[in-house]
Design a protein around this ligand. Structure first.
Ligand code: AMP
Ligand code: MG
Length: 415
């Protein structure tokens, strides 16, 4: 049961309502991922170009971080023994700013020290300056000092010889910082995934041109390119393809030859002008077609030569939704990312909804209400209404044959 808090009397089981010749979303994802082998080719990158790349090797640190015991505060380095009653008065015998190394600290004295500066030998604690009163020569410590306080120990973040990051990790900003902190500036990553695309339809034209009667703009190209760019793919774009079997076969063959994955839009439904699935069957193999979901039913999966194939529907919202559900985890897996499965969370529905014989993906916007995250529905959920995807923060998933009532907990996928 996907949607909790649904009264039993209202729940019809998936089996009673599902359309028999359609594959369930979960089955389709499982089968699709089982056919995907991560890319193994690697290349070396500079750390400045490494954002979003995927490590091909475990990276070890050759140093401790921090490299030496250092002060976590601006204050005074002391022997904690000397400060076991409040009000201890100690002569200040040295000054240690960050970037300099002090002398051995004599017992019964203090060193003025600043954040990040090495702790002088002998001292075992730093007292923050707000707890101290000082004149030209002495400092009065207005607190009892515990050993180790405000000392950052060598190796407490990363120990020399230990793995910093494992192969399969995608490098976000914080990983780049972490690798820099151990001095690594060049490393081996998986090569960028090559994704070929083309867009079918006699009616579609590029934005920037004037529309003739019966024409629409090719919005899918820009949605898909944006999604692929955000996933750091190398895009090979074959543009608009007319609705003929010949043209579709020609471009499918070309696109498969240089790519790891081919993603298309349109031409996978059951109309007489839909040639993509037929071209796939002629040149390669169709492994799955038609998913029990709304929007997005006509999605087709397969293989041509060495490239995996994913035929997305033509409707603009279907392209966006099916990309998030299918293409995204597939691309992550092909990119060698260990953590590739989609993560749903829970939110509270601010609406009533009854699903039919397909699993539904509703465009919603989130807001906070009495400490809860509540999902508001876009009023027009048609698969051609791209404003819904632009307005929304994410999707509420509604399993087959479910009645959702306002206040129910529902599954949510953020864009
Ligand atoms: P199809 O699956 O080819 O029958 O397309 C379904 C619907 O999506 C039709 O209304 C098409 O006009 C529309 N469509 C197809 N391709 C695109 C595209 N690239 N951009 C915007 N709409 C499209
Ligand atoms: Mg079409």
């Amino acid at each position: 049961m996907k949607n909790e808090k649904v009264k039993n009397s209202e729940v019809k089981t998936a089996d009673c309502c599902a359309t028999p010749d359609l594959i369930s979303v979960d089955q389709a994802i499982e089968k699709m991922l089982s056919q995907a082998e991560p890319v193994t080719k690697t290349e070396s990158v500079d750390i400045l170009d490494a954002l979003n790349r995927v490590l091909a090797e475990d990276l070890l640190s050759t140093i401790n971080v921090p490299g030496y015991d250092n002060s976590a505060m601006d204050g005074y380095a002391v022997y904690s023994d000397d400060c076991q009653t409040t009000g201890a008065k100690l002569p200040v015998t040295q000054r240690i700013p960050a970037g300099q190394v002090g002398k051995v600290l004599k017992k019964g004295t203090a060193a003025r020290i600043f954040t990040g500066a090495p702790i002088p030998e002998g001292a075992d604690a730093v007292v923050m300056q707000e707890m101290c009163e000082s004149d030209d020569n002495d400092v009065v410590i207005n607190t009892v000092v515990k050993a180790n306080s405000n000392v950052r120990r060598a190796g407490e973040d990363i120990a020399e010889g230990h793995i910093v990051l494992n192969a399969g990790k995608q490098l976000r900003a914080q990983e780049l910082g972490l690798l820099a902190s151990v001095g690594l500036a060049q490393f081996t990553v998986i090569t960028k995934l090559k994704v070929a695309t083309f867009f079918t339809g006699d009616e579609i034209v590029a934005p920037g041109q004037a529309l003739k009667p019966g024409q629409i703009y090719n919005s899918n190209r820009y949605t898909l390119r944006g999604l692929l760019q955000s996933m750091d793919c190398e895009i090979i774009d074959f543009g608009i393809v007319p609705d003929t079997l010949e043209a579709t076969m020609e471009v499918l063959k070309k696109s498969a030859s240089g790519a790891n994955l081919v993603i298309t839009s349109g031409g996978v439904s059951v109309g007489e002008e839909d040639y993509v699935r037929i071209a796939l069957e002629k040149l390669g193999a169709l492994s799955m077609w038609r998913i029990a979901m709304k929007p997005g039913k006509p999605v087709a999966f397969g293989k041509v030569d060495n490239a995996l194939f994913m035929g997305l529907p033509g409707n603009p919202v279907s392209v966006f939704v099916t990309f998030l559900l299918f293409a995204r985890p597939l691309i992550l897996k092909l990119q060698g990312i260990d953590n590739h499965l989609t993560k749903f969370t829970s939110v509270i529905a601010d609406f009533d909804w009854t699903s039919g014989s397909r699993q539904e993906y509703l465009r919603v916007r989130l807001h906070q209400e009495s400490g809860k995250t509540v999902a508001q529905l876009f009023p027009h959920q048609g698969s051609g209404v791209l404003s819904s995807a632009s307005w929304a923060d994410g999707l509420v998933e509604v399993a087959i044959g479910i009645e959702i009532k306002k206040g129910d907990t529902v599954r949510y996928l953020a864009f």
